[in-house]
Ligand binder design. Structure first.
Ligand code: WT7
Length: 660
């Protein structure tokens, strides 16, 4: 585990290390929480009676069908239940409740990569969701059934998610960049009854063949799937399977516009979202209805300072948790105008995001450090060409942001006028956990600042003792349950407890990150403590990539580590032992290319190793454990400082270093 404060590598980061940034007076003036007294009250209420704090918020923020009596049921801990005896409907809360005073307000504004545009008002969204919900019903989808979505970033993705929520079906969105095989595994794990996909999606000037991948996934196994609904996005010719496949536009012709929301219990699962862990098999993170929605709503208010005039843009794909909480549920629950873009940030050039901000008068912009770094590298001329004066707040998520990128975001995009909210959270937490309230909390480049009201976060050592010292790293844990927390891993309660709770006797939720707190109590995320990698803000397990490599007939053994990368944060480095002969100096460009394509096929392009080195065997201790730390040191090209005397075969070091 990383416990030391990392070395600062650039002059820039040394200069900004201890700098604090206060929000501009312009921002503060209009922010809904703009004095520290307000924040103090929230924090005091939360610490005096955490349950009551959440109960009050839940009563105020959610439109209940029947109200709950008890906020938290911890009798089955760590399976916590929130607002258990209440009933509600999530789509009602995201759409219907706005029909009174926001019916003609824009709910979704969309632009495609080729410049095609679409707008839906709340009234239109209501209609589209109701219709599609009736389509699902027509195909026999009922409350509790699982529906897999494998879609491009178009309004219909949001419509399909909301339609599932409307009838109490559980959606599981699979990122469109995942391969057929990854899709198949997720469909099977959830035993989905239907798949919603598209004939294709546009990205980077190309068509992503979603339906083809879907057909491949369904060609073997996946016996639970009865229906495939296909959105026409590209209008290309694709094969349709009789009695299984139906086009979206065809299906909605045969249903009514009226679909009463299905009232569900607070704890009814709203969705599953698969994410990588430290074993080869992704976990279906299961979220609740009411608690999840509450987390989405309060963080939209606190962290994104949501207001009715905002044009809010979160660039995340619906395939990730950010695309659930901060695209589909949070903004709509507050009746905001949501902007969506399908496509790459660099088409036709690296100015696209900034042009979109200008053209659509975006006020709040939320993206990932990887995107910021890539666009920063493209130069200031791109953003400088556009009028970014509509922006008032910027956000980042997914990985630590380096101070240099933070400063660029602050200066060149925010014109030193927009606060930056660096938000730490996870698929499992459902909503932001550590993040600033931008009108009140000063920011420091690279720190996600302070835990949000109600979130009892701590840093503990190996024995579970809280670390109070400044700058001393340890395990990041959450000490009290919170409404938007995951409920379990789909079909695997045991793994849920083992992964998140067992480490400290079920007392704390263990996030899997290490962190330190500085002298001002600000949190700095240091990295994962498990075998999870973070590539461009996307989470991948080393084991997952290793099993993909080993599944290739040429490979006997594989070990995957990461090394820092300027653009993607971390980059994947694989050590491979071949069945056949080892190439000289452990490098073989053709074979590497072949294995990269192989991994892309097994998991998806994001999982491709950037570099592969071939060795006769892997460094193992005498007890047979792969020495990952050593491999990481070598991948980073650093001097080996570890004790290698326990190595079974010390001679291997030269090979691993590519010297032989
Ligand atoms: C992991 C969760 C939550 C949305 C996107 C990723 C890392 C997330 C930050 C941040 C430093 C961050 C952590 C975390 N992470 N946000 N602001 N600063 N690291 O969701 O795929 O569930 O990944 O992303 O390592 O555990 P995810």
């Amino acid at each position: 585990m990383v416990t030391e404060k990392p070395q600062q590598d650039t002059i820039d980061s040394i200069l900004v290390e201890d700098r604090r940034f206060s929000p501009s007076s312009q921002f503060v003036e209009n922010a809904s929480i703009n004095n520290s007294h307000h924040l103090k009250i929230l924090n005091k209420l939360a610490s005096d009676d955490n349950e009551l704090f959440w109960a009050k918020l839940a009563h105020n923020e959610i439109d209940w069908h029947t109200r709950f009596n008890k906020a938290l049921d911890d009798s089955q801990a760590p399976h916590y239940r929130w607002f258990d005896d209440g009933t509600l409907n999530i789509s009602y809360n995201c759409i219907d409740r706005h029909l009174i005073d926001r019916a003609n307000k824009k709910a979704i504004v969309f632009e495609g990569e080729r410049g095609d545009k679409q707008t839906l008002t709340y009234r239109e969204l209501h209609l589209a969701v109701s219709r599609f919900a009736n389509v699902l019903k027509m195909y026999g989808i009922k409350r509790g059934d699982r529906v897999v979505l494998y879609m491009p970033m178009v309004p219909e993705a949001v419509i399909a998610m909301q339609a599932c929520a409307r009838i109490g079906a559980i959606h599981s969105v699979v990122f469109g960049g995942f391969s057929a095989k990854a899709l198949k595994n997720r469909i099977e794990d959830a035993a989905a009854k239907a798949v919603i996909t598209a004939d294709g999606g546009y990205r980077g000037g190309k068509i992503i063949p979603l339906k083809t991948a879907c057909d491949e996934a369904l060609s073997e196994g996946c016996n639970s799937v009865q229906t495939v609904i296909v959105l026409k996005r590209t209008a290309q010719d694709i094969p349709m399977v009789q009695d299984r496949d139906i086009y979206w536009d065809e299906a909605i012709k045969h249903v009514s516009d009226d679909c009463a929301p299905e009232w569900v219990n607070s704890e009814h699962p709203l969705f599953l979202l698969y994410t990588s862990g430290s074993t080869g098999k992704p976990k279906g993170i299961q979220h609740s209805s009411a608690g999840y929605l509450l987390g989405a709503i309060v963080t939209m208010r606190w962290v994104f300072d949501a207001n009715d005039n905002d044009i809010y843009w979160c660039t995340a794909d619906v395939g990730w948790i950010t695309g659930h909480t901060y695209v589909t549920y949070g903004p709509l629950a507050l009746g905001m105008t949501l902007f969506m873009y399908e496509g790459a940030p660099t088409v036709p050039d690296a100015g696209r995001f900034w042009k979109l901000c200008q053209d659509h008068k975006v006020t709040v912009f939320y993206t990932a450090p990887t995107a910021i770094r890539a666009l920063m590298k493209a130069g200031d001329d791109f953003p400088n060409k556009y009028d970014l004066s509509s922006l008032r707040l910027l956000g980042t998520v997914g990985e630590p942001i380096n101070p240099e990128a933070w400063m660029w975001y602050h200066r060149v995009i925010g014109k030193e006028r927009c606060p930056i909210v660096d938000t730490w959270w996870q698929t499992e937490t459902g909503a932001n956990v550590i993040a600033p309230l931008p009108g009140v909390v000063e920011t420091k480049p690279g720190s996600c600042t302070l835990p949000l009201p109600g979130m009892d976060v701590a840093i503990v050592d190996e024995s579970g003792k809280e670390i109070e010292d400044a700058d001393k790293g340890g395990y990041l844990v959450i000490k009290k349950p919170w409404p938007s927390m995951l409920r379990t891993i789909w079909g695997d309660d045991k793994r849920y407890i083992e992964t998140y709770w067992q480490r400290f006797n079920n007392k704390y939720y263990v996030a899997g990150d290490s962190a330190r707190r500085d002298k001002d109590g600000y949190y700095w995320i240091m990295g994962r403590i498990d075998d999870v990698l973070n590539i461009s803000g996307h989470r991948l397990g080393t084991m997952e990539i290793e099993s993909a490599l080993v599944a290739n007939e040429k490979v006997t053994e594989a070990a995957v580590v990461s090394r820092p990368d300027e653009l993607t944060g971390e980059a994947i480095f694989a050590y491979v032992v071949l069945k056949g002969e080892r190439p000289t100096n452990g490098i073989d460009a053709d074979l590497t290319n072949e294995l990269q394509q192989w991994v892309a096929k097994q998991i998806g392009s994001i999982a491709k190793p950037k570099e592969i080195r071939y060795a006769d065997n892997l460094p193992k201790t005498r007890s047979g454990k792969i020495m990952r730390r050593l491999l990481r040191t070598i991948a980073c090209g650093e001097e080996i400082s570890q004790d290698t005397s326990t190595l079974e075969n010390e001679a291997i070091l030269e090979q691993l270093q590519g010297k032989q």
